[in-house]
Design a protein around this ligand. Structure first.
Ligand code: MLT
Ligand code: ZN
Length: 485
């Protein structure tokens, strides 16, 4: 993408003050340097930043937030810029600064007795997972963008991912946070207490607020014992109803063992194996759908392999699954996970796609898939529904790829029609229109219909109380106030 040379900074006085606070290394102004911070991972949003600011620590971050607050400069916090809903990129006015947390990237401490990790916002989720593993523990947050997603953003969006059904979302796994508030004050909440009932749970408010109420700088994350035995299996199923039966069977036997339960449509799997090098279906025949099951236990003496063979053997005998392969090695287990983790990338390569990161009660997942497939196919003939995701906690990525041969822009122009069609079905099934990706700048328009009344009013009061100048990630999460609302 060619970027025209940027005009002189709009606010040279301000740029000079930012540079005094952060040093030249901490302030990017030239458009060629800032461009990558202004476009989201999905290439849906293309903004322009007054500057990209890169503080090295909390004190520097607090100082620039104070200055932005004083000068009325809107701020867009950014970690790995992996948001699926445009939650971390600036608008195109050139008035906003992006505040990038990448330089605040230390794993400060791991406490084996407390089973906690103190980690800074700019550490990637993968690096945090690796540090935990090297210390003999597991940081159970796992999402497909973990190589780039950073801990600050993972918390700001209350990320979930593949192991939520066993370990919970970021919110359940976080004991304490430090954050810089919109006025530049520092919320010192780095507590490691499992019990702490002392007023409002500000950390839980900040987690999932998508950088609109404060910027998380550091967190205390709960770790879990490293599983001593893990078995992953790819199972072929006729449909999501069969997948639901498989989940029920596994949970009836031993729910604590189920660490991941990922549904994949046949269409989605075809896209992966045809568009992602190094992937191949390790089963005899193509199936209408698949489930990646992962069972794990910290018990060193468990004969998990035998158990896995037995329970999947029963599932085969009962006709719940039609085929299955259990990974024979770490490499094969990684290969099965690659088939799952590459769905988003394969869909990106297949053409324009619309994502519906939705959740419903687990029992309604088959009906969601059935009804949304029929409704979207009727809406746009030739559209390719390619649902996949975290069926174990009811979170399905009901993503749709453009019809072959259709103009991508014309397809994307129908995004809201598609999202609203799926959302109507999700609402009918008591679900949520955003399960783990958040609202960002893509979905605020849906908030009044879904979270309207007292709920949205309370969110607006909280936002006005903490960020009265609306400088912290403006335009994200909350829709503009309706006239007369
Ligand atoms: C995933 O679970 O792979 C992503 O959250 C889904 C997506 O990118 O749509
Ligand atoms: Zn996901």
């Amino acid at each position: 993408m060619t970027v025209s040379p940027s005009p002189a900074p709009a606010r040279p006085d301000l740029i000079a003050r930012f540079t005094d606070l952060l040093g030249p290394v901490g302030v990017l102004v030239d458009a060629t340097d800032t461009a990558s911070f202004c476009t989201d991972w999905r290439d849906l949003y293309h903004g322009r930043a007054l500057a990209v600011l890169r503080p090295a620590n909390t004190a520097e971050l607090a100082a620039i937030v104070r200055l932005c607050n004083e000068q009325g400069v809107p701020m867009v916090p950014q970690g790995g810029n992996t948001s699926m809903v445009g939650g971390a990129t600036p608008d195109d006015t050139g008035r906003e600064v992006v505040i990038c947390l990448s330089r605040m990237n230390r794993v400060r401490a791991i406490d084996p007795a407390d089973l906690t990790m103190e980690v800074e916002a700019g550490v990637t989720l993968k690096a945090a997972q690796d540090a935990a593993r090297e210390a003999g523990f597991m940081l159970p947050l796992s999402i497909s963008s973990e190589g780039s997603a950073q801990m600050g953003g993972v918390l700001a969006t209350n990320a979930g991912g593949n192991n939520t059904l066993r370990y919970g979302n970021a919110r359940e796994l976080t004991l304490g946070v430090e954050a810089v508030m919109p006025d530049g004050s520092v919320f010192h909440g780095l507590r490691r207490l499992r019990k702490d009932n002392t007023g409002y749970a500000l950390r839980q408010l900040l987690i999932g607020s998508e950088g609109t109420l404060g910027i998380i700088t550091t967190a205390i994350i709960q770790l879990h014992p490293q599983p001593r035995a893990i078995e992953a299996a790819l199972c072929a199923v006729e449909d999501a109803d069969a997948a639901l039966k498989l989940l029920g069977l596994l949970r009836a036997r031993d729910p604590a063992l189920v660490q991941a339960f990922e549904f994949m449509s046949g269409t989605g799997m075809d896209l992966v194996t045809s568009l992602i090098a190094g992937t191949a279906l390790p089963l005899g025949e193509r199936a209408p759908a698949y489930v990646l099951v992962e069972l794990a236990t910290p018990r060193p003496d468990a004969d998990l392999r035998e158990y896995t063979e037995e329970v999947l053997g029963d599932a085969l005998e009962e006709g719940i699954i039609t085929d299955a392969v259990i990974a024979e090695s770490e490499g094969q287990r990684a290969g099965l996970w690659k088939l799952r983790e590459e769905h988003a990338e394969a869909q990106r390569r297949a053409g324009a796609s619309v994502k519906n990161d939705v959740s419903v009660p687990v029992t309604h997942v088959p009906e969601l898939i059935r009804r949304a497939t029929a409704a979207c196919t009727a809406l746009i003939p030739g559209i390719r529904p390619a649902p996949f995701g975290h069926m174990g906690d009811g979170n399905i990525h009901f993503n749709l790829v453009q019809p072959e041969g259709m103009d991508p822009a014309a397809f994307l122009a129908r995004s809201h029609d598609i999202m609203d069609t799926v959302a109507d079905i999700v609402k009918d099934l008591d679900g949520s229109f955003s399960a783990e990706h958040g609202v960002g700048q893509l979905k605020p328009y849906m908030m009044p219909a879904w979270r309207g009344g007292a709920e949205l009013a309370a969110m607006r009061h909280i936002k006005a109380a903490l960020d009265p100048k609306n400088l912290m990630n403006p335009g994200k999460v909350l829709p503009p106030p309706q006239p007369g609302a």
